[in-house]
Design a protein around this ligand. Structure first.
Ligand SMILES: NC(=O)C1=CN([C@@H]2O[C@H](COP(=O)(O)OP(=O)(O)OC[C@H]3O[C@@H](n4cnc5c(N)ncnc54)[C@H](O)[C@@H]3O)[C@@H](O)[C@H]2O)[C@@H](O)CC1
Ligand SMILES: [K+]
Length: 536
């Protein structure tokens, strides 16, 4: 699924009309109808809906939604914010088609009249925000501002048509000054940048954002930015496994990590790799912690590594003879969890990365081993010909780049893209809206995950899931990594839903991976839930 800018969305609408012969009026009809369908799905007990409409085409969608809601047996009130004379084209036509004998219409053209809307809004079960959408550039002006303020005092669900009014569709910021509040959003054809980057819905940001198809063919939708959504990749894990499956078909993950006293990280990563579907998982860890790591689950195989004097993985483990033995029949290596930077650990990591052609996932102190030496990763990836996936959090990314974490955060999208392209790697930059930057410059934005994941072990779990997904989908690195990131956050969303977000452990996320694999993003109306947990 492509993510569009506002200009690309306008171009897609025009191409749909000009090249594919679907009139804009039909698109508006389907947009309004899909909003009404979503209201009925999400708020099945709603008896009265108030539709706040602007004078542009976003308002036009609101008029159509009002008509569709009425047809579904719902009492509808329409409020036009602005002069009727400003309505043009298909929006004016949609307004003219409202039957005033069945739909009460209020016109609000000055701030003084806004207070009078309070009782109308209070008396509605759902409020639709169709004031402005993708055609809008901040700031909001006029009565819309007063209505936005009034809505902060009204305790009724607000559903945004296309975009909460006041957001710039092209924003990649998590918050926006001066936008309408929203509990849910229905957008059309494709998400715009703000839908995936913004904290658009609800006080905790977990309300649904759904994308409804309204008849634009894929060929009319073009994105120059190469931005996509991780959730679309999850489909690769939705087809049942072949009936005569054997474990060899799903790969063998070698998890390399740990140090004396650091058994937890490699244990958790190994557990996650097993749970995420790898056929076999072996943990290669310093021998003094081997029996502890093995206890995480009996399905895990283990192999001992020699330790140096500090208890870290010794460099001698990367000798050609030892590596040949260690890597026999392995399909994916994940290196880093718990490995530390003491003693010979970092030298071992660098030697391992340089000495094999196997797909690699590098995390945590595995990444720190390349501090100031990121060019070694470029050599190892051979321009993207070999699969190397890095999973830094912003602090590890900062170390790799020799920058501060703040500098990384301020430019995360561009930095991730540039690093992946220049080094020929797949870069998973973690955080609010984790980014998966691919070697060709495409970037997938992740929309799952929640603050319960801000706890030790989360990163180790992700490493295991990424390795397992790669082991199962060796020839489809892009989808495998996108899907892994999406599934990890989704499992945490299920965990946080069933538990209190404070109490969720990283291993609870592993326990909810089944829910994540079984989850489907399409709802009964055919709308794609790009954000929000669709339950039931
Ligand atoms: N273009 C199309 O073919 C389709 C458009 N659709 C709808 O049309 C919307 C885009 O329509 P438009 O391009 O007409 O733009 P919008 O309706 O998003 O915005 C209205 C215009 O008026 C201005 N405006 C209005 N009130 C304002 C206020 N209070 N303060 C500041 N500016 C204000 C905005 O800047 C913008 O130029 C989409 O969000 C979507 O809802 C859908 O009907 C599907 C088809
Ligand atoms: K809107």
């Amino acid at each position: 699924m492509k993510i569009l800018t506002a200009a690309e969305m306008g171009a897609a609408d025009r191409a749909t009309a000009d090249r594919f012969g679907v009139p804009l009026r039909d698109l508006m009809e389907r947009a309004g109808a899909s909003v009404a369908s979503f209201v009925c799905l999400r708020y099945p007990r709603a008896l009265t809906v108030c539709v706040l409409c602007g004078t542009g085409n976003n308002g036009g969608d609101g008029f159509v939604a009002a008509r569709s809601l009425l047809a579904a047996g719902i009492r509808v009130r329409v409020v036009l914010l602005g002069e009727e004379s400003k309505l043009k084209g298909i929006a004016a036509d949609a307004f003219a088609r409202l039957d005033r004998s069945t739909i009460a219409i209020s016109l609000v053209t000055e701030d003084g009249a806004v207070a009078g809307l309070r009782s109308l809004l209070d008396g509605s079960d759902v409020i639709l925000d169709a004031v402005v959408g993708t055609g809008f550039k901040p700031p909001l002006r006029g009565v819309a501002v007063a209505v936005r303020e009034l809505l902060t005092e009204i305790r009724k669900p607000v559903m945004a048509v296309d975009l909460p009014s006041g957001w710039d569709a092209d924003s990649v910021e998590p918050t926006a000054e001066g936008a309408f509040r929203a509990d849910a959003v229905v957008t059309f054809t494709a998400p715009k940048l703000a839908h995936l980057f913004g904290h658009l819905t609800g006080s905790n940001g977990f309300g649904p954002i759904v994308v409804a198809p309204i008849g634009s063919p894929d060929a009319a939708v073009e994105s120059a930015t190469g931005m996509t959504w991780t959730g679309a990749s999850k489909r690769i894990f939705e087809t049942p496994r072949v009936i005569d499956s054997n474990k060899g078909m799903y790969g063998h993950v070698l998890l390399v990590g740990g140090a004396a006293g650091k058994a937890g990280a490699p244990s958790m990563a190994s557990l996650a790799a097993l749970r995420a579907g790898a056929g076999l998982v072996t943990a290669a860890v310093p021998k003094s912690i081997l029996s502890t790591v093995a206890l995480i689950t009996p399905e895990l195989m283990t192999t001992p590594l020699e330790e140096d004097a500090s208890g870290a993985v010794a460099l001698m483990n990367a000798s050609p003879e030892r590596l040949e033995k260690l890597l026999k029949k392995i399909s994916v290596i994940a290196v880093g969890p718990g490995i530390g930077t003491e003693g010979e650990a970092s030298a071992f990591v660098r030697q391992l990365v340089a000495s094999t052609d196997l797909p690699l996932v590098i995390d945590a102190d595995g990444l720190n081993a390349f501090k100031g030496q990121a060019s070694l990763l470029k050599d190892a990836s051979r321009g993207g010909a070999r699969t190397i996936v890095l999973t830094p959090h912003p602090g590890e990314m900062a170390t790799l780049l020799g920058m501060t974490t703040k500098e990384v955060q301020a430019e995360r999208l561009n930095l991730a893209r540039k690093f992946a392209q220049e080094h020929g790697v797949t870069l998973v930059l973690k955080g609010w809206r984790t980014l998966v930057a691919h070697p060709n410059g495409d970037v997938a934005v992740n929309t799952t995950g929640n603050p319960s994941m801000a706890k030790g072990g989360s990163g180790d779990i992700l490493t295991g899931i990424v390795a397992a997904c790669l082991a199962q989908e060796k020839s489809n690195v892009r989808d495998a990594v996108n899907a892994a990131v999406y599934l990890h956050g989704l499992a945490a969303d299920f965990a946080a839903h069933r538990m209190d977000e404070h109490t969720v452990l990283a291993t609870d996320t592993v326990a909810h991976l089944s829910d994540a694999f079984r989850y489907r993003t399409l709802d009964a109306n055919g709308a794609e839930w790009v954000c929000g947990l669709r339950l039931g």
